[in-house]
Design a protein around this ligand. Structure first.
Ligand SMILES: C=CC1=C(C)c2cc3[nH]c(cc4nc(cc5[nH]c(cc1n2)c(C)c5CCC(=O)O)C(CCC(=O)O)=C4C)c(C)c3C=C
Ligand code: FE2
Length: 420
């Protein structure tokens, strides 16, 4: 089997291997330039940058994806509706402070009581922190019970995600009445946000599960370099980008016509914890890895191409008349007839090791935002779950869906038009 040993010097020389290798070497050179660009953007100090907290949409959806994630879901104990309103007021005020790089309850120290802020983010700056909040199906109805008299306001799109092909879901990594997605360019800032919101919910809600993500696997803005996932492939190339306002309007934001009114300008968040069996993947040939994804590993170009952003030509054939992009490849199935799109905003994770197999418990914490999961995530994942060549290397172990209400003005709180 042909092996490719590409080091920095080889790449700079454009030193070659024959045939496919030539493409790889060219791709490699481009890769090097892009990697240097990505490095210079990641070493850029974002610590003092803020993302506006108030606005028509919640931050953390079309915001250029930050480098780190702390995602958490909560189960409500048995609060009244009025206590939930109180919690959302407190969360909003705390979130606005943290996103501005301020401590919670700044200046309110009292030696006799615990400090209002746990303190670990104090010198880190806002680091582009965003905090996005959502309501799960069980917020409205749990075990057949209309918990707060709000069942009539449950959006039809906030379904219980049906069982999908290949699911191996664990209840302890799935569901939740509420969710908080904290993203920042500093892991401690994202952690601090979830920790403090959890603390503020004491007596009303408890953590159900949480997930740290250490590296973004998507670009949501044309200004960002495409990152790599744990399979070593560029991820996010064909994602929805914030600059494409019409596509965002069509596929990301719920409208008044979709109903209910309180979700207009909001979006539905699907989270899937997807374990990647990296040990098997690492034993697979480069050729098979590329055939599985449908893109070249080094430069992210569609198979047969040289440019990451070249159009994905699903009709392209090799010299024998076979499809260049295999029929069961991930990108062919994910693209389909190009009528379903979602905004991907996932992160790589590792949670130590699997004691049973001795393998790393690592993968991709997939997050997508969409206008309606019934016509976007569910049909797409049904197709992928049935046919995707990638299924040999992945297992979906967690799943959740949340309705993230629109953004707010100063003085308002998360989900106000649902709860008032
Ligand atoms: C249900 C939706 C999707 C799941 C789940 C999913 C999992 C998943 N994806 C990768 C790696 C890549 N995905 C890529 C493209 C891509 N993926 C989806 C959807 C899901 N992926 C879409 C809609 C697309 C875009 C398809 C297109 O229109 O071209 C790519 C290629 C680069 C890119 O365009 O981002 C990679 C690589 C993994 C590893 C994974 C689960 C672990
Ligand atoms: Fe994908």
């Amino acid at each position: 089997m042909k092996r490719f040993h590409l080091n920095r010097r080889d790449l700079l020389r454009g030193a070659g291997v024959a045939g496919t290798g030539a493409v790889l070497a060219t791709g490699g050179y481009t890769l090097l330039q892009q990697r240097d660009a990505a490095l210079s953007s990641s070493v850029r100090d974002h610590s003092q940058e803020t993302v506006p907290f108030y606005g028509p949409h919640q931050a953390g959806i079309t915001t250029p994806a930050q480098d780190h994630l702390h995602f958490a879901t909560f189960d409500l104990l048995s609060p009244t509706l009025s206590e939930i309103r109180g919690l959302m007021r407190i969360w909003t005020s705390a979130a606005a402070s943290m996103c501005a790089g301020k401590s919670i309850g700044e200046g309110e120290f009292n030696l006799q009581s615990p400090p209002p802020d746990t303190g670990e983010a104090m010198e880190h700056g806002p680091s582009r922190l965003t905090i996005t909040v959502g309501f799960g199906p069980t917020f409205f109805v749990k075990e057949g019970r209309d918990r707060f008299g709000l069942a009539k306001n449950r959006p039809p799109a906030l379904i219980d995600i049906p069982a999908l092909p290949g699911d191996a879901l664990k209840p302890e990594q799935s569901g939740g009445d509420l969710c908080v997605q904290a993203c920042a360019d500093n892991p401690q800032v994202a952690f601090h946000a979830v920790r403090n919101l959890t603390r503020l919910a004491r007596g009303l809600a408890v953590l159900r599960w949480s997930q740290l993500g250490f590296s973004r696997t998507a670009t949501t803005s044309k200004g960002q370099a495409t990152p790599r996932n744990l399979m070593g492939f560029k991820d996010g190339t064909a994602n929805i980008k914030a600059e494409d306002a019409n596509v965002v309007r069509q596929f990301v934001w719920a409208s008044d016509a979709d109903g209910p009114h309180w979700m207009a300008g909001g979006s539905y968040l699907v989270a899937r914890r997807i374990r990647i069996h990296i040990e098997s993947w690492d034993r697979d040939s480069l050729l098979d890895q590329e055939q599985t994804i449908g893109r070249h590993k080094l430069n992210g170009a569609p198979i047969g191409g040289h440019d990451e952003f070249a159009p994905l030509d699903l009709n392209a054939k090799d010299k024998d008349g076979n499809p260049l992009i295999p029929l069961q490849s991930h990108v062919r199935l994910a693209r389909g007839d190009d009528t379903i799109k979602l905004l991907r905003r996932g992160y790589s994770f590792t949670d130590g090791m699997d004691r049973v197999t001795g393998e790393l418990d690592a993968g991709l914490f997939f997050i997508s935002y969409q206008r309606d999961p019934r016509t976007q995530f569910v049909p797409l994942q049904t197709r992928l779950g049935r046919e995707d060549a990638l299924n040999e290397y992945i297992t979906h172990t967690g799943s959740a869906l949340f309705a993230c209400p629109p953004g707010m003005n100063e003085g308002e709180y998360f989900g106000q038009s649902l709860l008032q």
